[in-house]
Ligand binder design. Structure first.
Ligand SMILES: NC(=O)c1ccc[n+]([C@@H]2O[C@H](COP(=O)([O-])OP(=O)(O)OC[C@H]3O[C@@H](n4cnc5c(N)ncnc54)[C@H](OP(=O)(O)O)[C@@H]3O)[C@@H](O)[C@H]2O)c1
Length: 237
């Protein structure tokens, strides 16, 4: 397969890191983003041996819309043709509606929903040129909103709406849009959720990030005549 260019947020950890390693190992280019220059250096060092592919790490905080707009413009200019855009970066803050602070609402809505929307908008010309695949890494919380999960679930319900509208808008342009719904996955985010839930965390109890990444890779590698609009992946036990 010809090496391809993927814009992948959240390649520094968890599911995104696993996917970046898979793409780099087969020689593809991965353009990702880290929230600071120091974090960018760590991500470069961490993925240095992943394979022959090129890793480009831009610096932007996805919680800051002005930085996201700058990022989108820079990537659009540097990479005229983009084969996939994978929105994997995400944040979670549990809390009841009566208690959840403003910063937690804004960070979840900005990182999980607004940043994907702005990057889709600003990269759409580049995506259309390559008949690209857009993947939104969603969550079970994008379908069901449980107590304590309002902020995260609202952002992920919004992400589902973004994917559904975009899919319909881009029908006929060659751009395919997939929402991926993983259940609990053994990452830093899941460890944090357990802490906030006051439960002990054991990574071995949950699906591994590489399992979710392999599913996303399958979506990215579909022939142009096929698409998977929604993909649910769950722990088998
Ligand atoms: N883990 C689960 O159980 C689970 C289940 C369902 C869905 N998901 C979804 O799967 C996706 C990946 O989650 P994960 O579990 O792999 O999470 P993770 O291990 O916490 O990794 C999240 C990644 O997003 C990046 N990120 C977060 N906020 C950012 C910001 N403001 N600017 C730039 N980068 C930022 C993080 O950067 P740093 O490395 O610098 O922190 C990290 O690389 C998320 O969308 C999540 O909602 C996760």
């Amino acid at each position: 397969m010809t090496p391809r260019i993927h814009v992948l947020t959240g390649a520094g950890a968890g599911i995104g890191r696993a996917l970046a390693a898979m793409l780099l190992s087969r020689g593809d280019t991965v353009v990702t983003v880290a929230r600071s220059a120091a974090r960018a250096d760590e991500v470069r060092a961490d993925l240095a041996d992943a394979g022959p592919g090129e890793l480009v790490v831009e610096v932007a905080d996805l919680g800051d819309v002005a930085q996201v707009e700058r990022l989108g413009a820079e990537i659009a200019q540097a990479h005229p043709r983009i084969d996939s855009l994978v929105h994997c970066a995400g944040v979670v803050e549990l809390g009841r509606v009566a208690d959840l602070d403003t910063a937690s609402w804004l960070s979840q809505l900005n990182v999980n929903l607004t940043a994907p929307a702005l990057l889709c908008r600003d990269l759409m010309t580049n995506l259309r040129l390559a008949h690209a695949t857009v993947v939104m890494v969603n969550s079970g919380a994008g379908r069901v909103a449980n107590p304590d999960w309002a902020g995260y679930a609202a952002s992920k319900h919004g992400l589902r709406a973004l994917a559904d509208a975009l899919r319909a808008e881009e029908a006929g342009t060659g751009v395919r849009v997939t929402s991926v719904y993983p259940s609990r996955t053994a990452t830093d985010m899941q460890a944090k959720v357990h802490l906030q839930e006051g439960r002990p965390y054991r990574a071995a109890d949950w699906m591994q990030p590489s399992s979710v990444a392999a599913s996303v890779l399958h979506v990215l590698d579909l022939p142009v005549d096929a698409t998977i609009p929604d993909l649910t992946i769950r722990t088998s036990t």
